[in-house]
Design a protein around this ligand. Structure first.
Ligand code: NAD
Length: 260
């Protein structure tokens, strides 16, 4: 078991990629806090993990609300004594061309992706520093941390921004043996992506099938979606990595859509 007795907080873990990371961490022996805006779905995901023999609790948390983040992290620390791994994963997608992007939606996107990453990091680091056992912080970036697509200005901006946050945290937290890294997935078939297919078809004036083949998977090496388990395996690798040799990095898991 690669994460035996570690305490992990995974945000946005009631669905999609975050849920698979929570399941994978629990299978590897971690105690997992399933933190999500959707409290009911978070409890259902935590109950699924417990039913499979793992250790999990749900935490109702809006990652854009500083008090809610601090309360949620405190709840986990009170229950399990600390926090070893943070996966900042909660995210949404909103698509419009820049010249029509409602400012309120731009701000909402940056709040969830960037403020959420900052607030959860800020809340977890003091516990990691005080425990003196090191730790791992993982940000859910995207291929859009490295390149751009039309209609996704705030998403691309925020996902690029996570690289900067990660690199800064990697430097500040190094003396405490806390490492920080970014995972950059290609398209993964989750509710977030399922919602985009009809939206993009309408905005681009093409069929939904063409959105998948000619937009989403066009530049992959094999025309395949990345899976939630592919991303969870990368998240396990970063979480279990024992030292600062691997910090401030980003890894692309995208069927070769982006290569660097
Ligand atoms: P998803 O919609 O399946 O899950 C996202 C979860 O985040 C949901 O449970 C939702 O309730 C939660 N959430 C939303 N706003 C929140 C908030 N303010 N506070 C707390 N929780 C909140 O999406 P997913 O595809 O699993 O995406 C997870 C992450 O992976 C996101 O950061 C996304 O940008 C990133 N990502 C996804 C893909 C993809 O193709 N699916 C690709 C690259 C990166």
């Amino acid at each position: 078991m690669k994460l035996k007795d570690k305490v992990a907080i995974v945000t946005g873990a009631a669905s999609g990629i975050g849920k698979q990371i929570a399941v994978t961490y629990a299978r590897e022996g971690a105690r997992v806090a399933v933190a999500d805006l959707n409290a009911q779905a978070a409890e259902a995901a935590a109950a699924e993990i417990r039913a499979a023999g793992g250790q999990a609790m749900s935490v109702a948390m809006d990652v854009t609300d500083e008090d809610a983040v601090n309360r949620g992290v405190a709840q986990v620390v009170a229950a399990w004594g600390g926090v070893d791994v943070l996966v900042s994963n909660a995210g949404i997608q909103i698509v419009h061309p820049v010249h029509e992007f409602p400012y309120s939606e731009w701000k909402k996107m940056l709040a969830i992706h960037l403020d959420g990453a900052f607030l959860t990091t800020k809340a977890c680091l003091p516990h990691m520093y005080a425990a003196g056992k090191g730790g791992s912080i993982i940000y859910m970036g995207s291929v859009h941390s490295k390149l751009a697509s039309p209609l996704k200005a705030p998403y691309v901006t925020a996902k690029h921004g996570l690289l900067g946050l990660c690199r800064t945290v990697a430097k500040e937290a190094a003396p405490y043996r806390v490492h920080a890294n970014v995972i950059c997935p290609g398209f993964v078939r989750t509710p977030l992506v399922d919602k985009q297919i009809p939206e993009q078809a309408q905005l681009l004036g093409i069929s939904e099938d063409d959105v998948v083949k000619k937009v989403m998977l066009k530049d992959t090496v094999d025309g395949e979606f990345t899976t939630t388990q592919d991303v969870a395996d990368a998240a396990l690798f970063f979480a279990a990595f024992p030292n600062n040799a691997l910090t401030g990095q980003s890894i692309i898991v995208s069927h070769g859509w982006a290569m660097e």
